[in-house]
Design a protein around this ligand. Structure first.
Ligand code: MN3
Length: 247
C-alpha cells in the first residue's frame, strides 16, 4: 500500500506524466508507456482503507475490485473518449444520459466508472454508516412500509438478478422511491434502462464483488452489505435529488 504514495507509481499505472514535476517525469520516462491512454477520467481513491468494511467486505476483494476492475473501466472509458471526441466536453452523467447513441464499450465503461465511484462513496464502516435522514426515512416508510421492508425488497431484487448487475434504490421524477435492478454496468441514469431515476443506494451483485469471501452466497453478501450502507451519503443524495425536482 505504501508504494502508492511514491511519485513514480502514477507513471507505472498509466497516469499523466504531466502531473509530475518535470524532473520526476524525466527521471521516470523509461517507465512511461510509449503512447499514454487518455487521462480525463481518473480512478478515485477509496474513501476509507481497503480493510475498513471488514467483515462485511474483505480487504482483498476491495483491493481487486477497486484497483483492477474499477481501474480497467476508467482506462476503458478514457480509451473510448479518444474514439468519440464529441464526448470530451460532456460530464460523465451527460454521457450516461445519451449512452444509447454509442457502442457497448462506452455504455459498459462509462457505467462501470460511474457505478463504482458511486459504490465507494455509498459504503462506510459500520460504525460510521449512520441512519437515513428524517426525510429519507419518511419516504422509505411511505413507499415500502419500513426500513426492514426496503431491505427485503433489495434482497429479493438481488436474488432475482440473473448474472451480473446492480440493485438500486432510486428516486423517480415524481419523488417516489423504487427498488430497481440493472444488468451488467447499466444504471438508472442511462437512457437505455427500463426504469430511470436518481440512485440513492446501490449494491454491486457481480460475482467479483463477493466471490472471494462468500463464494456463490450472494444473499449472505447482500445481507452484510446492508450493514455498511453509508446512510449519510444516501440521505444527501435523496435530499439533492428531491430538491432538484422542486425547482
Ligand atoms: Mn464491481
Amino acid at each position: 500500500m505504501a508504494i502508492r504514495k511514491t511519485a513514480i507509481v502514477p507513471v507505472l499505472l498509466g497516469y499523466a506524466v504531466s502531473l509530475l514535476p518535470a524532473s520526476a517525469a524525466a527521471a521516470s520516462a523509461v517507465a512511461a508507456p510509449a503512447a499514454a491512454a487518455g487521462t480525463r477520467f481518473e480512478l478515485p481513491r477509496l474513501p476509507w482503507p481497503a480493510d475498513a468494511l471488514e467483515p462485511a467486505i474483505d480487504a482483498e476483494t476491495m483491493e481487486i475490485h477497486h484497483g483492477r476492475h474499477h481501474r480497467a473501466q476508467v482506462d476503458g472509458l478514457n480509451a473510448q473518449l479518444e474514439k468519440h471526441p464529441e464526448l470530451a466536453s460532456l460530464s460523465l452523467e451527460q454521457i450516461l444520459q445519451r449512452v444509447s447513441r454509442y457502442p457497448d464499450a462506452v455504455r459498459n465503461n462509462a457505467g462501470g466508472h460511474w457505478n463504482h465511484a458511486f459504490f465507494w462513496q455509498n459504503l462506510a464502516p459500520a460504525r460510521d454508516a449512520g441512519a437515513p435522514s428524517g426525510k429519507l426515512a419518511a419516504a422509505i416508510e411511505r413507499d415500502f412500509g419500513s426500513l426492514e421492508d426496503l431491505r427485503k425488497a433489495i434482497e429479493a431484487a438481488a436474488g432475482a438478478r440473473f448474472g451480473s448487475g446492480w440493485v438500486w434504490l432510486i428516486v423517480r421524477d415524481d419523488g417516489s422511491l423504487a427498488v430497481t435492478s440493472t444488468a451488467n454496468q447499466d444504471n438508472p441514469l442511462m437512457d437505455v434502462v427500463a426504469e430511470r431515476g436518481t440512485p440513492v443506494i446501490g449494491v454491486d451483485v457481480w460475482e467479483h464483488a463477493y466471490y472471494l469471501r462468500y463464494r456463490n452466497r450472494r444473499g449472505e453478501y447482500v445481507s452484510n452489505w446492508w450493514k455498511v450502507v453509508n446512510w449519510n451519503d444516501a440521505s444527501r443524495r435523496y435530499a439533492e435529488a428531491t430538491a432538484a425536482q422542486q425547482h
